[in-house]
Design a protein. Sequence first.
Length: 294
Amino acid sequence: MRNFISDFNKLIKLRLTLTVVFSASVCFLMGSRFQGEINWINWIILTLGGFLVTGAANGFNEIIEKDLDKLMKRTMDRPIPSGKMTTGQALVLSLIMGISGTYLLVSLNFPTGVLAVFSIFLYAFVYTPMKRKSPVAVFIGAFPGAFPPVIGYFAAFNEPQISWIPIILFLIQFVWQFPHFWAIAWVLDEDYKRAGFRLLPSTRQDKTSALFTLASTIILIPVSMMPTVYLMPSGQPFGGNIYTVVAILAGLFFVWQAVQLYYKRDVASAKKLMYISFIYLPIMQLTLLFDFVV
C-alpha cells in the first residue's frame, strides 16, 4: 500500500497538483466575498474536484511521455518508466480521476466543468507533444496553467458571469508562468535535452533566453498592478494598499533576480529565480485575498 501511494503521488505530480489546487481555492474565496458568505461545502467540492482533474491531466502527461521519461534522470523513477505501474493502470486511474473530478466541478456550475475539461485537453494533448517541437509550447502551456484561478473564482457562483476580476487573476498567473517555466527549463536544460524538449526561448542557455526571461518579469509588474486600478461596485479597488506595496516589492525582487540571470547566465542564478517564482504567486494571491477581505 505504501508503494502504491508513493507511485500514485509521482503519477499525479503531487506538489504540482497541490499548487494548482491552492491557486483555485484562494480564488474561490475571493469570489465568495462577492456573495457575502463562503459555502465551505462547495469549497471542499472544488478542492477535491480540482485535485482529481489536475491529477488526471498529469497522469495523461506521463502516459504520453513514458518513453521520454526513461531518458531523464529526474523522471526515470516515475511509476510508468520504472515499471512499477503499467500504462493501462495509469490510464484507468487517470480516466477515473478525470471523469469524477469533472463531475464534481460540473455540479458546482457548467462553466467550471468546461474549463476543467479544456485545461486537461490543452495540457495533456497540445502542450505535452509540443514540448519537443518548439519553445512555443511554453506559451501554449501557460493557458491551462492560468485557468485554475478562473475555475476557482467561477466555482464560487451559481451562475458565473464574465467580469474583470477573473480576467485579472488569469493574466497575473499567465504572465508569471513565463519566468517560472524558463527558470525551470534553464536549470533542467541538460536533462531536458536528453528527451529532446525545447522550452527555452532560443532553445539554449544564452543571452537571448535570459533576455526573454528578464522581459517577462518586467511585464509582470504592471500586470500585477491591475487589481489596484480596477474598481469594484463599491468604488474600492480590487487590490488595496497592502497588496500594492507587496506587488511592487515582490515584482522588483523578481526582476532583480532575472537581471542576475541575464548577466551571469548560470544555473545557480536560474535556480534562485526558480525558487523565487515558487513563492511569488502564493504570496501575491494570499495578499490579494487578505486585502480584499479586510
